[in-house]
Design a binder for this molecule. Structure first.
Ligand SMILES: O=C(O)C(=O)C[C@H](O)[C@H](O)COP(=O)(O)O
Length: 224
């Protein structure tokens, strides 16, 4: 299945939550990724952590392209253009950074792939727009100003699409606060895919948590 830039952006906005995940064991990764997809989050950010994360990512992407072609696997924690290119060549459908790296934006634009740069200021968000980034990651979301920051940015720059990541909870109050501020999606790691669930192999629990989060976001949007 072809996942071009537009369909990746649309999928991410529609599901509203980007699961953020890393584990060194490929079987655990496949179980978590499939649980997220069954829960309604098919676009998933794997993070570039640990030795050989690139090889692990390539193996996962190759397997999923055959078994689960609707999964949209992206890579996070990419901070240089060379690494971005290597992940693109291993099947990454989108690239995420903790910071704003213009050279990564150029590589992604050359390959017509969505890039979500980490931004922590209005100036960085403006630079991301100039570099062609449709959605910017606010990172670390809860620490650089939270929902109040998003609301303030949306005043003078209402075309901005923000995806906070870092410290975002999946509960209803948190979803109301963040989505009420004008975000288009949120990255969620440790609160969505808990260490306890991963350690105990509770894939059904992860699926249920993702499903509940996607539904809560959809319900908030329907009301707003
Ligand atoms: O590595 C990345 O690309 C990151 O985005 C850093 C963290 O994994 C996320 O910020 C998740 O944060 P929590 O949802 O608070 O667990």
């Amino acid at each position: 299945m072809r996942h071009d830039r537009l369909s990746v952006l649309t999928a991410l906005e529609t599901q509203g939550v980007a699961p953020v995940f890393y584990h060194p064991d490929p079987e655990v990764c496949l179980n978590v990724i499939r649980a997220c997809a069954r829960g309604g989050a098919k676009a998933i950010e794997f993070t570039n952590r640990g030795d050989f994360a690139i090889d692990l990512f390539g193996d996962l992407a190759r397997e999923l392209q055959t078994t689960d072609p609707d999964v949209i696997l992206g890579i996070g924690s990419v901070v240089d253009a060379g690494t971005a290119a290597m992940f693109l060549n291993r099947g990454a459908r989108f690239i995420v950074s903790p910071c704003l790296v213009p050279d990564v934006a150029k590589v992604c634009n050359r390959r017509m792939t969505a890039y979500f740069p980490g931004c922590g200021s209005v100036t960085e968000i403006g630079q991301a727009h100039e570099l062609g980034c449709e959605i910017v990651k606010l990172f670390p979301g809860a620490s650089v100003g939270g929902a109040d920051f998003v609301k303030a940015v949306m005043g003078p720059m209402p075309w901005t699409k923000i995806m906070p990541t870092g410290g975002v909870d999946p509960d209803e109050a948190s979803i109301a606060k963040w989505f009420g501020s004008g975000i288009v999606a949120a990255g969620m790691g440790s609160k969505l895919i808990t260490d306890a669930a991963v350690k105990s192999g509770d894939w059904a629990g992860i699926e249920a948590q993702v499903k509940q989060t996607v539904a809560a976001i959809a319900a908030f949007r329907a009301k707003a």
